[in-house]
Design a protein around this ligand. Structure first.
Ligand SMILES: [Zn+2]
Ligand SMILES: [Zn+2]
Length: 213
């Protein structure tokens, strides 16, 4: 865990609370059946704010690129679901690494032995901009039953993970908001049946695909 504890001057505090409120308001509609506590919702909202900023295209570059969350993992570790390493926060579970890698940019680093880098490849997105556009046009919002979060809040999830041989093609991708992407990589399941997603809870029971409230 990363612990946050600090004092902000009134103006900075106001900015923070306004931003948190805006995120919480935006998801108020999908709050029904949400098991998270208010504190957990605020923590997720803070992640949403930080990721929104990291994703924005007009940020200053550091060392030729815009810094973003970086996970370091070997190809075998990723496929096996082993733990990975975050730059700042340290070790992260294999489940989290897979979820992050699901819709990320990948840079291949070939090493000799343990750590001597021989070759560093270009950073390339797993889901290309045009493929993402196609998924957005088809899905519009998060596909999780009852969720209508817009695509700007969503990841493009691989139904069969690319690290396990899944293709990055329209029929293997779907939009899932960050919260539901977490659920799907955390025990819930989704499969495509007759071109439609079928969601299952952890106990295997089917989630009805109903219209958003
Ligand atoms: Zn995913
Ligand atoms: Zn969702």
């Amino acid at each position: 865990m990363v612990r946050v504890d600090g004092d902000l001057d009134p103006e900075t505090g106001e900015s923070l609370l306004t931003a948190l409120d805006a995120v919480l308001d935006a998801e108020a509609k999908s709050r029904k059946g949400d098991p998270r506590t208010p504190a957990q919702r605020r923590a997720d909202a803070l992640d949403e704010i930080c990721r929104g900023w990291l994703d924005s295209a007009d940020r200053a570059r550091v060392g030729g690129e815009r810094p973003h969350v970086t996970v370091t993992i070997t190809a075998e570790q990723l496929a096996n679901g082993d733990v990975a390493e975050l730059d700042h926060a340290g070790v992260v579970s294999g489940t989290a690494a897979k979820r992050i890698a699901c819709d990320a940019s990948i840079r291949r680093v070939v090493t000799s032995g343990r750590s001597e880098p021989l070759d560093v490849g270009r950073r390339t997105p797993v889901v290309s901009a045009s493929m993402r556009r196609a998924v957005i046009v088809r899905d519009g919002t998060c596909r999780f039953p009852g969720c209508d979060r817009p695509h700007t809040w969503c990841d493009a999830h691989h139904v069969r993970h690319w690290a396990e041989g899944g293709d990055t093609k329209l029929s293997n991708l779907m939009l899932l908001c960050r919260r539901h992407h977490r659920l799907i990589h955390g025990g819930f399941q989704v499969e495509i049946v007759d071109g439609r997603p079928l969601f299952r809870r952890r106990d295997g029971s089917i989630l009805e695909d109903r219209a958003p409230p």
